[in-house]
Ligand binder design. Structure first.
Ligand SMILES: *[C@@H]1O[C@H](CO)[C@@H](O)[C@H](O)[C@H]1NC(C)=O
Length: 456
């Protein structure tokens, strides 16, 4: 594994653009006087002081297209340290296999071709699974661990952001929502909605290769809350596919959606069960055509399920509301009414999360102006707690992701709580299921208020 890394790094070093743009031409010895002089892969401690209190790098990672923080003597000192090409066979080997001139092989997310007995890997792409990041998270003292995922391996970070997330920046749309007033109540140190409502919290889903978290988080939050509020009378997975395919106006389907528009759809028209309209876009990568035309909603016999199902019931929600970003308000809301929808920024290390309490490590160095290693994602928050496994208490939110049960902690993850980490507390949304007693009461209050306001 390590030699592969070195090879890729060496290939990148050879064929990448000019290095050290930032420090180029500054005289003096930097890498040359280090012990060890240079480091074979990414090592953020592999630095030398330069220009007063600045640092330049002597690791193979500084030598990237968007970089510019190599020491000025990096090239002459470190590039010579790559494995020398053995003259007869060349060094086009990968995973112990020798390749011939002109042959191509995929090395993680890069397509490399053996050219002049060297790997030439084209434009530098950041991969979704980064070996050196896995290694560093493993070695460092973090509150979480990282691991390799087979279904992410070979994909680029850009594709991950495009097809595994899918919530468009919520600021304006969510801020238009009404914020509700939360009456404080006593809160336990930990809470898990699955314990309080064992039959009403729906299982982990997999959005596949489609940026549809906007549809998944909205339908799964709806499904949980419908079940909780109807005390199990309405207990179905509701269809993210219908949202994705039928709520296409001013949405971007598998390239993301706005949450307020998704909630608007469920409120106005409603969605069917998942069994009636099953999910397919994870495979096709496109939202597809809507299989339930609006006219069907008015038919006496009800609508026709795209997939044979005895249940063509329509599930609706009340208008969504915002919960403040106060930790206690969010906790109170979850404990009282059920899981909430949360939106947060996903950084590149999150894809590799394996377990523990996630906190962005910022191990992704070299964030140039063209850096796009993050995007918005929405999930269900189902509880909270405090983790003591690292020797100090770390408060966390318990969240359900939509990347299948094999990711993270059986599809769930925990993330730092109380710090608005990655903006997780900024955009909390809830809604009530239609048909619940609570909603009717609330609805009456709203109507009364509206009438009073009109009189004024
Ligand atoms: C990650 O998993 C893929 C597929 O299982 C494998 O080919 C690859 O070598 C693994 N990478 C690392 C760094 O373990």
């Amino acid at each position: 594994m390590k030699s592969t890394l070195l090879l890729v790094a060496a290939a990148a070093a050879l064929f990448g653009p000019a290095t050290g743009a930032g420090f180029d031409g500054i005289p003096g010895d930097y890498c040359k006087v280090r012990h060890p002089t240079c480091c074979p892969s990414r090592d953020d401690d592999c630095t030398a002081p330069i220009l007063g209190n600045h640092l330049c790098y002597c690791d193979m990672f500084c030598d990237r297209a968007d970089g510019g923080d190599c020491c000025p003597d990096f090239k002459e000192t470190c590039i010579g340290l790559r494995p020398a090409p053995s003259t007869a066979t060349g060094d086009c080997s990968y995973n112990g296999v020798q390749f011939r001139e002109g042959e191509e092989v995929k090395q993680n997310c890069q397509n490399c071709r053996c050219t002049n007995n060297r790997w030439e890997c084209g434009a530098q792409k950041t991969c979704l699974i980064q070996e050196d990041l896995l290694e560093r998270v493993g070695k460092g003292r973090y509150t979480w661990t990282a691991r390799n995922y087979t279904n992410f391996w070979g994909k680029s970070l850009e594709d991950g952001i495009k097809f595994r997330l899918g919530t468009l920046f919520p600021e304006q749309s969510v801020q238009n929502m009404n914020e509700i007033l939360i009456k404080p109540r006593e809160l336990p140190a930990s809470f898990d909605a699955r314990t309080k409502w064992p039959d009403y919290i729906h299982p982990i889903r997999d959005q596949g290769d489609c940026g549809s978290s906007w549809a998944f988080s909205t339908t799964s939050t709806s499904a949980d809350r419908l079940a909780i509020m109807s005390e199990g009378k309405l207990n179905e997975n509701v269809s993210p596919q219908q949202l994705l395919s039928c709520n296409q106006h001013r949405q971007r389907g598998c390239e993301g959606g706005y949450l307020d528009r998704a909630w608007w759809y469920i409120r106005k028209l409603g969605v069917v069960s998942d069994e009636c309209y099953p999910y397919d876009s994870g495979r096709t990568q496109v939202p597809g055509e809507c299989q339930i035309p609006k006219a069907q909603y008015r038919r006496a016999e009800g609508l026709t399920c795209p997939s044979p199902s005895s249940n063509n019931k329509i599930y609706k929600m009340t208008p969504p509301y915002r919960v403040s970003d106060k930790e206690e308000d969010i906790m109170t809301e979850i404990m009282t009414n059920g899981p909430v929808q949360a939106t947060f920024v996903v950084h590149e290390d999150f894809f590799m999360y394996s377990g523990g309490v996630y906190e962005n490590t910022d191990l992704a160095r070299n964030k140039g102006p063209s850096y796009t290693g993050e995007g918005y994602h929405s999930v269900r928050l189902i509880g909270w707690g405090e983790d003591d496994s690292t020797g100090r208490p770390v408060k966390y939110w318990l969240a359900a992701n939509s990347w299948g049960p094999a990711w993270g902690e059986n599809g769930f993850f925990r993330i730092l709580r109380g710090d608005n980490h990655c903006e997780i507390e900024s955009f909390i949304i809830g809604a009530w299921g239609k048909g619940s007693k609570r909603r009717r009461r609330r609805f009456k209050i709203r109507k009364m208020r509206r009438r009073r306001m009109r009189k004024l």
